[in-house]
Design a binder for this molecule. Structure first.
Ligand SMILES: *[C@@H]1O[C@H](CO)[C@@H](O)[C@H](O)[C@H]1NC(C)=O
Ligand SMILES: *[C@@H]1O[C@H](CO)[C@@H](O)[C@H](O)[C@H]1NC(C)=O
Ligand SMILES: *[C@@H]1O[C@H](CO)[C@@H](O)[C@H](O)[C@H]1NC(C)=O
Ligand SMILES: *[C@@H]1O[C@H](CO)[C@@H](O)[C@H](O)[C@H]1NC(C)=O
Length: 261
């Protein structure tokens, strides 16, 4: 009887404070971000400590489910700074949307620990470095939107293992290399992801963009066209010359036939 009451009190006390991992996640996230326009209205140690306690509303942009943060949407808030690796402490996160800010630095490979992550939208920032191959470990990912950043290197072929992926956009970065067939492949007659997912990366090639060889070929084509037109002008001038000769000979013949005066 007494122990049951004790457990009940413990449960109530437990329910009244936020998850320590979420608290660490938010604390680190906030310290790595810069908020020059003071857009994050109530982000503070106090709201982090009570983030999903159900009594106090969570900090702006955070949404809770079963006492844990499951969505963070901080889009278009003029945020600067970096995305901390401690984001991986928000282990129940399903949606991470930091799009349309000015975040810099690398996309932390630690995102792989977000086992429930379904939507990753980091589009419209200044992220650099490579796309972490380890993202393929987030098996529930169905949206990866990284367009309009400064990402370099190849598209990791492991991302093709994400069977739920329905949106994939890496356009307008500085990516290079061949689009992995597992990502750029066809489903039926259509590409799994069309060219608009890949455009705006000078070094990227392969289906559904142009195959690399066609670039080489187009250089060849220019050379061939050059050679061809050179040859053509040679033939033309040769013909003209020989026609002139013929004309001269004809004239000569005529003059030979003409009587001398
Ligand atoms: C924090 O701000 C958001 C959005 O302005 C609001 O919905 C929420 O109730 C606020 N939370 C607290 C604890 O004040
Ligand atoms: C971004 O926020 C600014 C104001 O802060 C607003 O004018 C603009 O329309 C927003 N853009 C989008 C895409 O929501
Ligand atoms: C092409 O993509 C589909 C998913 O749309 C995948 O099941 C299949 O294995 C891929 N094929 C190749 C050759 O990678
Ligand atoms: C490419 O796919 C997107 C959605 O996946 C669609 O909105 C867009 O119209 C497509 N573009 C082309 C050229 O097919």
């Amino acid at each position: 009887m007494g122990s049951a009451l004790f457990i009940l009190l413990l449960l109530l006390a437990g329910g009244a404070s936020s998850d320590p991992d979420d608290e660490a996640c938010l604390t680190h996230l906030y310290s790595a971000l810069e908020d020059p326009t003071r857009s994050l209205k109530n982000w503070s140690a106090n709201t982090f400590a009570t983030a999903c306690d159900g009594a106090v509303p969570p900090p702006q942009g955070a949404t809770c489910n079963n006492g844990r943060i499951y969505r963070l949407s901080l889009s278009n808030l003029s945020l600067k700074g970096t995305l901390t690796p401690f984001i991986s402490k928000c282990t129940n996160l399903q949606t991470l949307d930091l799009s349309s800010n000015s975040l810099t630095g690398e996309i932390p490979p630690e995102l792989k620990d977000l086992a429930n992550l379904a939507v990753l939208n980091l589009a419209g920032n200044r992220f650099s470095g490579q796309i972490p191959a380890s993202l393929y470990l987030c098996a529930y990912l169905n949206v990866i939107d990284l367009h309009s950043n400064q990402l370099t290197g190849p598209i990791p072929q492991q991302l093709g293992l994400l069977v739920r992926l329905s949106t994939f956009d890496v356009s307008y970065n500085k990516l290079s290399g061949m689009i992995p067939p597992s990502i750029g492949n066809r489903s039926g007659n259509l590409p799994r992801f069309n060219a608009s997912s890949f455009q705006g990366n000078k070094g990227l090639y392969g289906y559904p963009l142009e195959p690399y060889k066609s670039r080489g070929l187009s250089v060849m084509a220019i050379v061939l066209i050059g050679l061809g037109s050179g040859l053509l002008s040679l033939i033309v001038s040769f013909t003209v010359v020989s026609e002139q000769k013929m004309a001269a000979i004809e004239e000569g013949k005529i003059s030979q036939l003409m009587p001398d005066y």
